[in-house]
Ligand binder design. Structure first.
Ligand code: NIG
Ligand code: FE
Length: 405
């Protein structure tokens, strides 16, 4: 049996605390870990039985939970980025056959060994930013073969990787070229040939749809998600990113766990989130990366009592970043969340949005010892040190999985 660990000399331990139902900043505490699980957080816990982790008076926080990522793609899309910088919009590029559909063509013709290596590298890269759990979507295959391959790849890689990976099926990310003019047939394909295998082989916990004008209409989204729900999958939404078409109202009707993006949400939409008990996942790095000023009304949602969560939306088209600290910086500056709120959104609320808050998202007795030791001593440093290599070391279930050299 592994000896118990004691994390000592913690400068500040900042975490959500279930007893007070709020974020807490603890000073002079130590943390005991056995078998990857937190046994106790308190004062003067030293005993000679413990192996020691010396935090050297630095900040300790929970590892980030990134609840919205798209890591299964093959080529990157920097030429499209240049087109956007030169004035083309994201939707114009998509309508001209670029965007998601160009990633689909590249994934379908990918060399599987190289794909495997690239996705594995991306999983490794999440760790250096302090992320210890991600949600990861398929959605660049859009055929039974390549969607199932994407989810199986995530499953296989996840079995041997320190990151916890929560898989989401996003076969309804876009209509593939061969079904441009026959939406009904593509929806049938999802419902008959993809979802049943995903449920049978336990390939995903959630199903997501890009419910947006020009992509999946509210009616089409409903067909896919009702079938997913029937098979026991939880529901997520990409919606109200460009136009408020009623995606959040549908999310409330179907009992979705989260609705994501929401840059174009209306006040009625915010009320639908409240009534439907839906977690809004905001992706301010996407807004930034797209060069838009149209940020989601994060402050308003928070003040309305919604458990706002934050994610990177890591993908090759609209958010080429895996950095939760960067997301937190932008959330403070542009969504007007305070640093403490943004940290709560990137840890505890994010874990809730994946229905995994029983094991991650906060540092508390009984939870996994997934934590970050930072290069500074207080939580305000996370957004303040902008795009800085802020992480000293990352620990997953009590094991060091990344360290600043
Ligand atoms: O979440 N909005 C839709 N899907 C992705 C973008 C995917 C892409 O451009 O490849 C997103 O932003
Ligand atoms: Fe996304």
């Amino acid at each position: 049996m592994q000896r118990s660990l004691l994390v000592k000399n913690i400068g500040e331990l900042t975490t959500f605390d279930s007893r007070s139902e709020s974020m807490r900043v603890f000073k002079d505490v130590e943390m005991i870990i056995s078998d990857g699980v937190i046994q106790e957080i308190g004062k003067d816990l030293y005993s000679s039985e413990f192996d020691i982790i010396d935090a050297e008076n630095r900040l300790v926080t929970p590892g980030f939970v990134d609840p919205h990522t798209h890591p299964v793609f093959f080529d990157t899309r920097e030429t499209e980025y240049e087109m956007r910088i030169m004035g083309k919009s994201y939707m114009e590029i998509a309508a001209a056959g670029g965007g998601i559909r160009s990633s689909v063509r590249s994934l379908r013709s990918a060399d599987m060994n190289i794909l495997n290596k690239r996705v594995k590298q991306r999983l490794d890269d999440f760790l250096q930013f302090g992320t210890t759990t991600i949600e990861a979507k398929s959605g660049y295959g859009l055929s039974p073969e390549s969607e199932l391959m994407s989810l199986r790849l995530l499953k296989e890689l996840g079995e041997n990787h320190p990151l916890d990976i929560v898989r989401t099926f996003l076969g309804a990310h876009e209509y593939p070229d061969e079904y441009r003019d026959d939406h009904e047939a593509y929806i049938d394909l999802i419902i008959e040939k993809m979802l049943p295998v995903i449920a049978r082989d336990d390939l995903a916990e959630f199903c997501d749809v890009f419910c947006e004008e020009g992509v999946f209409s509210v009616k089409e989204t409903r067909l896919v998600l009702e079938a997913a729900k029937f098979l026991g999958l939880g529901l997520r939404f990409h919606t109200e990113e460009f136009k408020p078409i009623g995606g959040v109202q549908l999310a409330a009707k179907l009992g979705a766990v989260s609705a994501d993006h929401l840059t174009a949400i209306t006040d009625e939409g915010i009320e639908a989130l409240v009534e439907g008990n839906i977690i809004p996942i905001l992706l301010p790095a996407t807004t930034f990366f797209l060069g838009s000023d149209n940020y989601a009304p994060g402050r308003k949602m928070w003040d309305r009592g919604l458990p706002v969560a934050l994610a990177t939306d890591f993908n090759p088209g609209s958010s080429m970043t895996q950095s939760m600290p960067l997301v937190i910086s932008i959330a403070c500056l542009k969504l007007k969340l305070t640093p403490l709120e943004a940290l709560q959104a990137a840890t505890y609320h994010a874990a809730k949005s994946l229905l995994h808050d029983d094991r991650c998202g906060s540092l508390e007795k009984g939870k996994q010892a997934d934590f970050v030791i930072w290069r500074f001593d207080r939580y305000q440093g996370i957004p303040y040190f902008l795009a800085y290599p802020s992480v000293q070391s990352v620990w997953k279930k009590g094991v060091r999985v990344w360290e600043m050299k």
